[in-house]
Design a protein around this ligand. Structure first.
Ligand code: OFO
Length: 164
């Protein structure tokens, strides 16, 4: 049985993952509006991944006999200053999610909830990947710039992203 504190924290994390999904879809919409189909494709795949994260936690809470409670999802930003600013926001967001997962892990350690700790290992590894891919794209944008050929090439590269 999950403790009350942990159940609350897990439900909050479900909400954050759904917010992430919403945020990436809003980022995709921005990219479409800027004629950057590769960026939009990357964001739409990320949106699906985030939905998957929320559902992974949803399944886990149910398996542990907890009650999933969905909250309202905040409106994500609609506009971004530039493709670089877009990925700066991705990086910032993923860092905040990593901090939130780490807090959740700390809580499960305090409560000696080993099953939750094991489940969270997947999320901890996933966050390393998410932060690293955001940083890599951001570095490319900062080095190559946002104009003409460089942006077009990055857009083509992002269009090749696969699931997983
Ligand atoms: Fe769910 O990892 Fe990003 O937000």
């Amino acid at each position: 049985m999950l403790s009350k504190t942990l159940l609350k924290a897990l439900n909050e994390q479900i909400n954050k993952e759904f917010y992430s999904s919403h945020l990436y879809l809003s980022m995709a919409a921005y990219a479409e509006s800027q004629n950057l189909p590769g960026f939009a494709h990357w964001m739409k795949l990320q949106q699906q991944e985030e939905h998957g994260h929320a559902m992974k936690l949803y399944k886990y809470v149910n398996e542990r006999g907890g009650r999933v409670e969905l909250g309202a999802i905040e409106q994500p930003p609609v506009d971004f200053k530039s493709p670089t600013a877009l990925f700066e926001d991705v990086q910032k967001h993923e860092r905040s999610i990593t901090a939130s997962i780490n807090k959740l892990y700390e809580k499960s350690t305090k409560e000696n909830d080993y099953a939750t700790q094991v489940m969270l290992h997947w999320f901890i590894e996933e966050q390393v990947e998410e932060e690293s891919s955001a940083s890599e794209i951001l570095e490319t944008l900062r080095m190559a710039g946002e104009k003409g050929q460089a942006l077009l090439m990055l857009d083509r590269q992002l269009a090749r992203r696969g699931m997983g």
